[in-house]
Unconditional design. Sequence first.
Lengths: 265, 312
Amino acid sequence: MFEIIGERINGMFLDIREAIVNKDPKNVRNWAVKQAECGAYWLDINTGPVASKEEQVEIMAWLVKCAQEAVDLPCAIDTTNWAAMEAGLKVHKGKALINSATAEQAKMDVLFPMAAKYEAAIVALAMNEKGVPKSADDRCALAMELLANADGYGISPVDLYIDPLVLPVNVAQEHGPESLEALRQIKLLSNPSPKTTIGLSNISQKAPNRPLINRTYLAMAMCVGLDSAIMDAEDADLVDTAATASIIMNQTIYCDSYIKIFRQR
Amino acid sequence: MAVTIAKERWTSKVAEMVIGPNDLKLGGESTLSFLHFEGAMPNRPVTSLEVFDMEPEDWPDMLKEAFAGVMNDPVAWAKKVVEYGADAVTLRLMSAHPDWKGASADEVAKTAKAVADAINVPLIVVGCGVEEKDGEILPVVAEALAGKKTLIGCVTANNYKSITAACNGYGHNIIASSPLDINLCKQLNILINEMGLPLDRVGFDPSVAGLGYGIEYAYSIMERARVGALTGDKTLATPVVCFVGENTWKAKESVAPDVVEWGPLHDRAILWEVTTAITFANAGGTVFIMRHPESIKRFNAFIDEAYKSNAY
């Protein structure tokens, strides 16, 4: 089943930033509940740039607790601060999602053992110190590195969410089909297949008519093997698109109420 | 080199339903049928035999012989069913059918109450099959049986509202029936659930067919629903009720006495019912409503074997 990773609990948004600064959980809880009602499967938690590296550790744990007090959903702990990552994992109930590793060996050697230790799933980006690959083949080569390293640390492919990286269509148009082709190939890398994910909103950065671009790309990506996306769960048309694509791809059994049911998982 | 056995990792399980005075549990599987090495099948499939609330004239002699002397008395018939070792009694309210006796809701409710009071196993109550009439009588039956935790059916997309409300209010469970169509089956479960009846109190009847009469369609639907259930589709994660007897005793293979190449009638008729039931047990069936006492014995013999752990 398609997994929506709700992107809204992020310190980049003003209301979440205020919640962090004032230590007031209200907005965090509200967004947790709202995203759950919209069909989110995971809640992405990102402290944003508000605090110092040291403060982020405590803030991450606080955000995870606030979110999970409000709803019974697992969190995607989204940070490049490893101490904050571990603090979030420590207080997390259920299976967490680490967001994210890359194919850089140093990162894999820290985050994969952490995923194994906390029995968490993990998002891994198909990029390394050289940056984002241009072609589908290069993305897949890095995906294979991720898969092999994850396996080495005992992480099952079904707990590995590989992100082939989506770039804005208005400035990096040639990447659009490469990311789609990479998704298709990544699903063939192992059996069971690794999971796949993307940061969906990237595709429409700074373009007009963003919602249309987002939902068009989502449907196209689901057609070639996208299992989850970090996205705006509040965009009803976008969630309806995911529900419909999942029906057309025969991933869930059709019924007349499928759009409503999609949000009730 | 050691062989690694591939095991499917299911993420969800079938709801567990509790029925009757003895809190009989149904469903709860976390794997496909009898794959004990992959997951749990905590509750045995449940057997039941049918009791009609008035003597059925069109039953074959083999069935009439098995229930000789009790077929005009539903209470005595129900006790006989318990004596034969069925896990549950299924009372079919045929007298309400306009073509049979056209009995009123109060009349059939009285019979249902008398039967429920006379047995210590769960009662399954099935209407006469006419949607409109069942929509009238079953709510009254549900009220008369308040607190008995029975399984009441069959509701369809056309009459589920009144029956669901009554089942919810009086503590019963419901059988949702759809005509060999998984999409309608799922939709009906959703509609019933939206009226407030929890999904662990809904069982579905996919309208099974007997061996030789399209059994493969029902098998596929049941299996598809079960795979959906095990991969997280809660609206299909409900126990499955199989009306085996109703369908197999209509087959010519179960009644034709003198077909030499088919073998003796008695064995053939029982085998027809048992084989149909076993087929559905493998597809994910939960409740098996049959008609001949010998069939439940043979079915249970199969379940005894299939229930032995093959975990490793």
